[in-house]
Design a protein around this ligand. Structure first.
Ligand code: AMP
Length: 128
């Protein structure tokens, strides 16, 4: 069940600070506090959706359009052009990365990897 007190719900309500990139009626984007790359921004719908599947199933056409408009404007503003990764984690037992905040968000990453990201990738390669 969706938890209204998750950290992104608080950011959307303005209860905790965030470094915002773009916002519209249906979605916002802001910098990740623990970046994996030089540019690491999260694109988040304002509506209460736990993960990407929940959003794709239940969000209204206006919410979906607003979300993608925020994504495009964010990518344009950051100048990522065609050189980036986008991913969404879902659930505590996802195979590569677990979801830690249960409000749907896309990670948009670009530019050089941070040392933390390089360490993580090394760890993953060593895992049997
Ligand atoms: P996930 O593990 O896919 O749910 O991603 C959650 C992301 O939210 C992680 O990359 C965190 O670094 C990021 N995060 C957690 N708290 C905050 C916050 N207060 N502001 C910005 N990003 C956050």
């Amino acid at each position: 069940m969706y938890d209204k007190d998750n950290v992104f719900a608080k950011i959307i309500r303005g209860e905790i600070p965030s470094k915002r990139v773009v916002e519209n009626e249906y979605a916002i984007s802001f910098y990740d506090v623990n970046p994996m790359c030089k540019t690491h921004v999260l694109v988040v719908p304002r509506g209460e959706y736990e993960n990407i599947l929940d959003f794709a199933r239940r969000a209204t056409p206006a919410e979906q359009a607003g979300f993608w408009d925020c994504f495009v404007k964010t990518a344009d503003k950051l100048g990522v052009n065609a050189e980036f990764n986008v991913f969404a984690n879902a659930g505590l037992a996802a195979p590569i990365f677990n979801q830690s905040v249960f409000h749907f968000h896309l990670h948009l990453i670009a530019g050089d990897k941070t040392p933390a990201c390089k360490d993580l990738m090394r760890e993953m390669l060593c895992e049997k």
